[in-house]
Design a protein around this ligand. Structure first.
Ligand code: ADP
Length: 223
């Protein structure tokens, strides 16, 4: 992935434009495991959304392989995202009325009517591997830590080749965080996926190939 001349401008409450992200040049090799560290509000989530094709930057280009995301129309970008990207959001974005299992298989419903037996089994295996009990429970009754793991299982269900996670261990105790981190690394190794994680967690950052520091919307190299 190559980011070139990327900036994101937003408006503050007075309607004034300000720059939340400015990345002149960033290159991430396929299969790399990259951490994004930095204080709250520094722009990590914004950078993840730009990389994921969810947010179109105000300037610059994001290129994954031969695909320049800004050349795609909204529909093409949605298809590209569905094909390649698994994303774990900081607020999880689960559907509270749906069960754990129904949330996990949700990405499948955009391309087919109902999951196959194999896909349903894969969802149940992921739910089990993440230490979640009773896949029939509604998301509304889950703790934050459980919701975080459901969000991760949902991001993994389509075997993405790009996995982007925003603070994936923030709501977990140490043992659950270690379990989730191990699973993340196993999955990316199995699928040779590219993993990009925004985190404050030194345990997860220490396992990445490289960590970029995001400070006031800009990248500073940390290691
Ligand atoms: P981080 O993930 O490092 O905490 P964010 O990317 O969430 O940082 O935020 C970077 C900056 O952009 C912050 O100043 C935040 O308030 C601002 N911001 C984030 N999302 C929006 C939005 N949808 N509209 C306006 N400003 C936003």
């Amino acid at each position: 992935m190559i980011l070139s001349g990327v900036s994101v401008q937003r408006r503050d409450s007075n309607g004034r434009l300000f720059t939340t992200l400015s990345v002149a040049d960033l290159s991430i090799p396929a299969g790399a495991r990259i951490g994004l560290a930095g204080p709250s509000g520094a722009g990590k989530s914004t950078l993840l959304d730009v990389m994921a094709g969810l947010l179109v930057p105000s300037t610059g280009t994001v290129t994954w392989g031969a695909t320049v995301l800004s050349d795609l129309c909204d529909r093409e970008r949605a298809v590209w995202r569905r094909t390649y990207v698994g994303q774990v959001f900081q607020d999880f974005l689960l559907i509270p009325e749906l069960s754990i299992l129904a949330n996990v298989v949700l990405p499948l419903s955009f391309s087919q009517f109902w999951p196959s037996g194999d896909q349903r089994q894969r969802a149940l295996d992921l739910i089990h591997d993440l230490g979640l009990k009773d896949a029939g429970r509604r998301a509304a009754v889950l703790s934050r830590g459980e919701q975080q793991r459901v969000a991760l299982a949902r991001a993994l269900i389509l075997r993405p080749s790009i996995l982007l996670a925003d603070e994936p261990t923030a709501s977990l105790d140490q043992a659950s965080a270690a379990l989730v981190t191990d699973l993340l690394f196993d999955v990316v190794r199995q699928h040779q996926a590219t993993l990009i994680i925004a985190s404050h967690d030194p345990a997860i950052l220490s396992r990445m190939d490289h960590v970029h520091h995001v400070v006031a919307g800009q990248l500073q190299e940390a290691s």
